[in-house]
Design a protein. Structure first.
Length: 569
């Protein structure tokens, strides 16, 4: 019997950052009317599902990751009816809709927190993590990952509340069954409306060590900042920031209880047909036994490099695929709203366009569900803000101060570092046209973040639609090749030439179809003899980044720098 696959196994996801995607009412901020207008665009791009970053009412202290009502739409994004229309229109086009669910914390303006903070004996007091201080000091030495103590003293009751992220994002106490129930009600609200699943935010941070032990680390978060800053600016500096961060936050992440909770949430979505849970984590343990926790967990290690070399990708795949529990489905991405834009991240300054094309081929031909981030299809780049007043990510003003204080830097240097450390740079409005404001908002409007002026240099949708050679049309073409090639979607994966320094070469095979994928990830020209390895003397080219005949001999295959060739054998 033929194995049945789920929609999220064959889908290509596209992340929409709602504030920056499409401004339907011309107020400088993206919204659901705008998103609905762009559904035809998404359909023509060839994506199957969207993940929308938080669209809930929020004071925006963390750009929507501080939710003040889980069952509504932020007024600047529209109304619940606008959302319903969007959902219906997306579904009509065969596009699934996945929402972002922020579980670890709410906004400090959420009604639950306002109640909780109001008195020591409020029934919702225990919905958050409140503790007494000691001798005017916070309950322990934990940090917020966004800087400073993780504890904020609330003068109303003279106790501290815990926040892993900004102080406007108090952590919920998930050990309280009422909290779980309230959040599950929120999930059901959207599932009942017909959404197709959730991307679960920051799952690793949901539980903290119950007895709140002090961290024993002999370094501080400031020490990490200093070393990290040096490492960014001096590539010779050896520094594993991730490892040190994990040690420092040891009692604040990955604590007991989390996998039981994931199972419970999975049971909730499984009451509805065909829904999906995706975790913002790289931990393969979040797949549970392969079918009882999250269906998709990001392979973040793939993008943790400045260059996707053939060796890097092969060893990532070897490690990753062998560590997945049986039945688990891989999931790859190269960028999102927290990271440097793909084009900027992997560009070497000389071959950026070719690298972007080769990297997309990696993402769309490796086993697993790919996630794209809005704007990458036109090669949008990071945009560094030029004055502190422009910052919208609250992390940047913090770094702007911190850098001057810790590093003794000038305001100019601190500004550069703050712009680089913050995430506004990858969240600027989508560039739709070569027109004022990149066609995102009317000319006279000030957009919530400035539009990157490089919309005037061809980095916009309208001009790329007309250019058959554009990155946008390359994305469309490759997405359509993938869609028509079951081997690329469902197929087994076998590496060929596993030591080749330049080219990533592998087979994907499924039923009658075998695809040979050749991606030159280097600036070297190569000639390859693939006949013995793949058992065929020639192949039919089903996708090529360069103009090539329909069939090519495989015994003396010339491959240009960064060329992509996909064959049917
Ligand atoms: C991860 C989100 O992707 C990020 O944008 C946010 O700041 C934190 N979680 C806190 O919610």
């Amino acid at each position: 019997m033929m194995k049945e696959y789920k929609w999220w196994q064959s889908a290509v996801f596209y992340q929409i950052y709602p504030r920056s995607f499409a401004d339907g009412n011309g107020d400088g901020i993206g919204d659901f009317v705008g998103m609905t207008q762009k559904l035809d665009y998404l359909q023509s791009l060839g994506v199957d599902a969207v993940w929308i970053s938080p669209h809930y009412p929020s004071p925006q202290c963390d750009c929507g990751y501080d939710v003040s009502d889980y069952c509504d739409v932020a007024p600047e994004y529209g109304t619940l009816d606008d959302f319903r229309t969007f959902l219906e229109e997306a579904h009509q086009r065969g596009i699934k809709v996945v929402l972002d669910l922020v579980l670890n914390h709410t906004s400090d303006q959420h009604a639950w927190f306002l109640e909780s903070r109001s008195s020591l004996d409020n029934p919702k007091r225990d919905w958050y993590i409140w503790r007494k201080g000691q001798d005017g000091q916070p309950p322990n030495n934990w940090y917020s990952t966004f800087g400073g103590s993780a504890w904020e003293l609330d003068p109303q009751t003279n106790e501290y509340y815990y926040h892993m992220f900004f102080k406007g994002q108090p952590d919920l106490n998930w050990r309280n069954p009422e909290v779980k129930q309230a959040m599950v009600n929120g999930m059901r609200f959207w599932l009942d409306l017909g959404v197709d699943g959730f991307r679960l935010d920051a799952v690793g941070t949901i539980f903290e060590a119950e007895d709140l032990p002090n961290s024993q680390c002999d370094y501080t978060l400031d020490d990490l900042y200093i070393r990290q800053t040096k490492a960014i600016e001096d590539p010779g500096e050896k520094f594993d920031g991730g490892k040190l961060w994990l040690e420092l936050f040891k009692y604040q992440v990955e604590q007991p209880g989390i996998h039981e909770l994931m199972c419970e949430l999975r049971q909730v979505v499984d009451e509805y047909p065909d829904r999906v849970l995706i975790g913002e984590t790289e931990g393969v343990d979040y797949y549970g036994n392969g079918d009882n926790e999250l269906q998709l967990v990001f392979n973040f290690p793939l993008m943790a490099t400045h260059q996707l070399t053939a060796d890097w990708v092969r060893s990532n795949q070897k490690e990753r695929l062998s560590s997945l529990p049986r039945g688990a489905w891989p999931c790859n991405t190269l960028g999102n709203h927290d990271k440097t834009r793909v084009f900027t991240h992997f560009g070497d300054g000389r071959h950026n366009h070719s690298i972007a094309r080769a990297n997309l081929a990696v993402l769309l031909t490796l086993p697993g569900t790919p996630f794209l981030y809005n704007g990458e299809e036109i090669g949008m780049t990071d945009f560094m803000l030029e004055s502190p007043g422009q910052f919208r990510d609250s992390y940047s003003p913090f770094i702007y101060q911190k850098d001057q204080e810790l590093m003794g830097s000038s305001p100019e240097i601190a500004l550069k570092r703050a712009a680089n450390a913050g995430r506004d740079r990858c969240r600027t409005p989508m560039q739709w046209e070569n027109a004022a404001n990149g066609g995102f908002s009317p000319a006279e409007v000030q957009t919530w973040l400035p539009v990157n002026p490089n919309y005037q240099e061809g980095i916009n949708v309208a001009e790329q639609e007309l250019d058959s050679d554009s990155l946008l049309n390359y994305y469309r073409h490759l997405l359509s090749t993938r869609r028509m090639s079951p081997a690329l979607v469902f197929g087994g994966y076998r590496t060929l030439f596993s030591k080749d320094p330049d080219c990533l070469i592998f087979l994907r095979y499924y039923q009658e179809q075998t695809c040979l994928v050749v991606i030159n990830l280097s600036s070297q020209r190569r000639t390859l003899d693939l006949v013995a390895a793949c058992g065929h003397s020639e192949g039919k080219v089903i996708f090529g980044s360069h103009t090539r005949p329909d069939r090519l001999a495989l015994d003396d295959l010339f491959v240009s720098p960064y060329e992509v060739l996909i064959f049917n054998l």
